[in-house]
Design a protein around this ligand. Structure first.
Ligand code: ZN
Length: 80
């Protein structure tokens, strides 16, 4: 069983402007960053996928590697 936050049926796409070149990049609700197809820089979501923030199964759900990536991302955001 998958939780709704990462179920592809519930995925939503958000459009984010690349801070580097202004290109509009689509980021799915379960993704934190995507590479800008124009300038190849990473475009980050402003917010983390909500269910990962509060769901206690998030770690198992998205996997250890991705979990770490998200936590690093969160830490970096705080330090900014
Ligand atoms: Zn760009």
């Amino acid at each position: 069983m998958k939780c709704p936050g990462t179920d592809t049926r519930f995925l939503r796409v958000g459009v984010h402007k690349c801070p580097n070149c202004g290109y509009e990049v689509e980021i799915f609700s379960d993704e934190v960053r995507v590479k800008c197809p124009k300038c190849k820089k990473y475009v980050y979501r402003e917010e983390l996928p909500s269910c990962i923030d509060w769901c206690k199964y998030a770690r198992q759900c998205i996997g250890e590697e991705r979990w770490k990536e998200l936590m690093d991302f969160k830490k970096r955001k705080k330090e900014e």
